[in-house]
Design a protein around this ligand. Structure first.
Ligand code: ZN
Ligand code: ZN
Length: 351
């Protein structure tokens, strides 16, 4: 078996999905010495990213706490933030989640929130993350519709979960996307250009994007090149996509890392374009070494930036990314917008 697996921060997947977690295999080009090492990993798209410092701590001697504890509630009170809305949380079928964690174990990457779904839902509640999403995505044909059905069947009654679906360029895509919206009541969709080897500009997705544009339904897209570039990742594919669907409500995951500047420039052109902060302003370098220079963008575009965590597959606790934003030199209004108000507005939640 010579399958490859690639990391997308915490959004890992396997090329051939089976019930057996052992089906996972990795194509590690170089060595792993510890979880503070630099990993050299080849992406599924065979693009060697050996020079990139992914999966490394900013300060190996002082990593953020990975204890499942909550330390940000006083800061929330200080800035009058009653709860957090996390727009980037993953929910997978249990067999997939177990396999994902097994993969992380191979990298000595501690999963702070390892546990069953009830445990994870309780962890979100303990952290005052009152609203969250159900992100997953397909990496092959005939998978997306089943994932949508799983989200609906498993979580239709999960309190305060904002249901997201996914889709893939395949026959019937527009039909099952409409079903997810009109029958299941899904409020958004997630796409992943690197994992899915997805070119957003494919003509066979045109009618689906036009439908979502017309309905003004948000799509959260991992389109950036971090931590691994793919065949269709990056600004050069995303820019023509936005030109085709200028009124689509797109949320760019990870603020478009590694091309934060280029993606931010599109914020000037497209008033409905938005960003999520997932794994950007943390002491872990998967999205690049110098996020500090983009802190000013949090203020500048504070009405179109959403807090995201990548929960539960993060090697630190939720207090780390939340406290980072709360401690930045930003206006109180910006902190409130990013941590809960923007997402509440987007999904019609009355505060
Ligand atoms: Zn993710
Ligand atoms: Zn991602």
């Amino acid at each position: 078996m010579n399958q490859q697996i690639l990391p997308c921060y915490a959004c890992f997947h396997q090329q051939t999905l089976g019930n057996d977690a052992n089906a996972f295999s990795v194509d590690i080009v170089s060595n792993l010495q510890s979880n503070t090492s630099k990993l050299n990993i080849k992406s599924s798209n065979n693009i060697d990213s050996s020079s990139r410092p992914i999966l490394a701590w900013r300060d190996p001697h002082n990593p953020p706490s990975a204890k499942d504890e909550v330390t940000h509630l006083d800061l929330m009170a200080k800035y009058n933030i009653p709860f957090i809305f996390d727009i980037h949380t993953h929910f997978f079928p249990a067999s997939v989640m177990r396999a994902i964690w097994k993969w992380f174990d191979g990298f000595d990457w501690g999963i702070t929130y390892r546990g069953n779904e009830q445990y994870r839902l309780d962890a979100l509640a303990r952290n005052k993350i009152q609203y969250f999403t159900s992100l997953n995505y397909a990496h092959k044909l005939h998978m997306a519709e089943g994932l949508n059905q799983w989200v609906y069947d498993t979580h239709k009654d999960t309190k305060n979960m904002i249901h997201f679906g996914t889709f893939y360029p395949e026959e019937g895509v527009e039909v099952y996307v409409k079903k997810a919206v009109e029958e299941f009541g899904f409020q958004g969709f997630k796409l992943h250009c690197e994992v899915s080897k997805l070119n957003l500009n494919l003509p066979e997705l045109k009618s689906t994007f036009q439908y979502l544009e017309e309905k003004q339904i948000p799509i959260l897209i991992h389109t950036g090149t971090a931590p691994l570039p793919g065949e269709y990742t990056g600004y050069k594919y995303f820019k023509p996509f936005m030109e085709s669907y200028p009124n689509l409500k797109v949320i760019v995951a990870h603020m478009g890392a590694y091309e934060l500047e280029e993606y931010a420039s599109l914020m000037e052109v497209y008033p409905k374009l938005a960003l999520d902060t997932t794994m950007v302003f943390v002491d872990y370098l998967a999205t690049g070494k110098n996020p500090e220079k983009y802190i000013s963008n949090l203020e500048k575009y504070s009405d179109r930036i959403f807090f995201g965590s990548d929960f539960p597959n993060i090697p630190y606790n939720l207090s780390h990314p939340i406290s980072k934003i709360l401690n930045f030199s930003l206006s109180i209004e910006a902190k409130q917008n990013i941590l809960f108000k923007n997402a509440c507005n987007l999904f019609g939640i009355v505060i």
